[in-house]
Ligand binder design. Structure first.
Ligand code: PGA
Length: 334
């Protein structure tokens, strides 16, 4: 079970009055959200006020960063204990703005992840490549390195308490969101890596959000992807109507299982199911067995599905019926 989660990252926006008003509107607009969990992450200075507004509502409170020590001589820092005391339930860690503007290292992020877990909070670990890294074909290498480092030394149980977000740096605040196919292949890759680092069960249960220019008009499309378990929203979370619309559009649609895409190149000599290389013969049987691997997001079936790096992907098959339907990269039948 991976209930969709929508997280609003307010970044360094808004004073107390704005934060209170925004929290009130989100709370009132999402009184009984169905099929979606919602969390907002205001600036530190507004956490107490927003906690008060959200008290008793279903909208959760999160923070945008924290230090790894519980207390000490760390001028300007906020500790996980302080966040827990204010009622936070999750903490964003490794956000690209922390990595790139404030030069946070993988090692520091790893210490923060472990500290947050120790204090009973949930880390939302963000990973993502820059435009240049994507251009050089390094997307998987980068996100793999960030996840391996972020989870280093964690027990399987602790990995299971983490949330992940794939946030391509080139999509954050740019208005250029990743296509659902781009998000799907990285999410599939991360799920495969979660299986390797943890277990198959972990791969099936860890929630991976997509973030980067999510708006009310593209949220439904990206969260329709089976491996996308919600969204991390920056700019569009600062206006209650757009954030509420995103939350509603990301909600699980009861009874309509998401279809898994089988990303596979029929002419390729190798394919990968998650991170396991599969010989060409096996691709054929996958192709014929598509209906067997399609499943609902309710976790009816374990095992994750084929994902290929885009550079190897010439066509994809949509799991519809026994043989599957070949579609081009825009989803058109061909
Ligand atoms: P954006 O930011 O939605 O404004 O692109 C996302 C994020 O930074 O988490």
């Amino acid at each position: 079970m991976r209930p969709p989660l929508v997280v609003g990252n307010w970044k360094m926006h808004g004073g107390l009055a704005e934060a209170r008003a925004l929290a009130q509107s989100v709370r009132d607009g999402l009184k009984r959200p169905r099929g979606v969990e919602v969390v907002v992450c205001p600036p530190f200075t507004a956490l107490a006020a927003v906690a008060e507004v959200l008290g008793g509502s279903v909208v959760g409170l999160g923070a945008q960063n924290c230090h790894w020590e519980p207390h000490g001589a760390f001028t300007g820092e906020i500790s996980p204990t302080m966040l827990a005391e204010l009622g936070c339930r999750l903490v964003l860690l490794g956000h690209s703005e922390r990595r790139h503007i404030f030069r946070e290292t993988d090692d520091e992020i790893n210490k923060k992840v472990a500290a947050v877990l120790r204090h009973g909070l949930q880390p939302l670990l963000c990973v993502g490549e820059t435009a240049e890294e994507r251009r050089q074909g390094l997307t998987f290498t980068v996100v793999e390195g960030q996840l391996r480092a972020g989870w280093a030394g964690l027990s399987l149980e602790d990995m299971g308490r983490c949330l992940l977000a794939y946030e391509p740096v080139w999509a954050i605040g740019t208005g250029v969101n990743a296509t659902p196919a781009q998000a799907a292949e990285v999410h599939g890759y991360l799920r495969g890596l979660a299986s390797e680092l943890g277990s198959k069960d972990l791969a099936q249960t860890v929630r991976i959000l997509y973030g980067g220019s999510v708006k009310a008009d593209n949220a439904a499309e990206v969260t329709q992807e089976p491996d996308v378990d919600g969204v991390l929203v920056g700019g569009a979370s600062l206006q209650a109507p757009s954030f509420i619309a995103i939350a509603k559009k990301s909600a699980a649609k009861g009874g309509a299982p998401k279809r898994r895409l089988l990303l596979c190149d029929p002419e390729s000599t190798s394919c990968a199911i998650g991170r396991t290389a599969v010989p060409p013969g096996a691709i054929e049987s996958n192709r014929l067995g598509i209906s067997a691997v399609s499943h609902s997001t309710t976790g009816a079936r374990s095992g994750y599905l084929p994902a290929l790096p885009l550079r190897q992907q010439r066509s994809r098959y949509v799991s519809r019926g026994r043989a599957g339907v070949r579609v081009d990269s825009r989803g058109r039948r061909g």
